[in-house]
Design a binder for this molecule. Structure first.
Ligand SMILES: [Zn+2]
Length: 263
């Protein structure tokens, strides 16, 4: 693609500034797409714990249902015993007494057995409540932690979004200073090169990928009348020593940002 050296120089100088913005944009987009590991782990732990709480709660409810049934049986038996004892008081002969005593004994035995069962079941029920409550506490604490992590992430994402919006505004200003064809090529390359689409050439080396350029590319670069790209990384190339004076002092920073963003 033929281009005048002045248009090329001006475009490249704007692209170098644009590239600093694009490297930051890439970094921010990367940051916003990564979900913190700590949050992912806490969310998954919470899911597991809540399942355990539910299962412990079911276990407790089953036992407690049995305990309440025993409680009811215990009350009924106590009533039966009272009735049997009352009946014994109104006896007329020895034969009846024998039978009544047997009935009272029988109820007393069953009352005692049920009482023992109820005590055992009450203890189990108590243990199950404690186990469930302890897990529930763990669940609640983790839930608070997950909420905090999610809020922190939402805040972080909102900050990043503001920064991205600000950078996009700055970006528009530089785009208007770049030749359309140069920009469309830059845009294609920066999208695959993590926000870096232009590289300065220093000592015949592309500072984007640090590959030594072949003689043919070097010759093309010297003319400055065409848009030349790196045969290795596809970045738009421009000789560092052809930049206008003001930008030269910036080269180190630019080169570093390219280096940081390069593959
Ligand atoms: Zn290169």
């Amino acid at each position: 693609m033929e281009i005048s050296p002045e248009v090329l120089r001006k475009s490249v100088e704007s692209l170098l500034k644009l590239q600093e913005i694009d490297a930051k944009l890439f970094q921010y987009r990367q940051e916003s797409s990564v979900v913190p590991e700590e949050m992912v782990k806490a969310q998954s732990d919470l899911l597991e714990i809540s399942k355990v709480v539910k299962s412990l709660d079911r276990g407790f409810k089953d036992v407690d249902r049995e305990r309440r049934a025993l409680e009811l049986r215990s009350l009924t038996l106590a009533e039966d015993l009272k009735r049997a004892e009352a009946k014994r008081r109104d006896l007329r002969n020895t034969k009846e007494e024998f039978s009544a005593n047997k009935e009272v004994d029988n109820f007393q035995k069953r009352v005692a057995e049920t009482k023992k069962l109820l005590e055992e079941k009450t203890e189990i029920s108590k243990q199950k409540t404690e186990a469930r409550d302890a897990k529930q506490k763990e669940n609640d604490e983790l839930q608070t932690k997950v909420k905090q992590l999610e809020e922190a992430r939402a805040k972080g994402l909102s900050d990043i979004t503001s920064k991205i919006e600000e950078l996009l505004k700055q970006r528009d200003q530089f785009i208007s200073q770049v030749d359309d064809q140069v920009f469309s090529l830059y845009e294609r390359v920066q999208k695959i090169r993590k926000g870096s689409g232009v590289a300065l050439v220093k000592d015949s080396i592309c500072t984007g990928c640090f590959v030594s350029l072949p003689p043919q590319t070097r010759m093309q670069l010297e003319k400055l009348t065409a848009l030349i790209t790196c045969p290795s990384c596809s970045r738009i190339l421009f000789p560092q020593n052809e930049l206008s004076g003001g930008l030269t002092s910036n080269n180190a920073i630019v080169a570093d940002s390219i280096k940081a963003a390069s593959v």
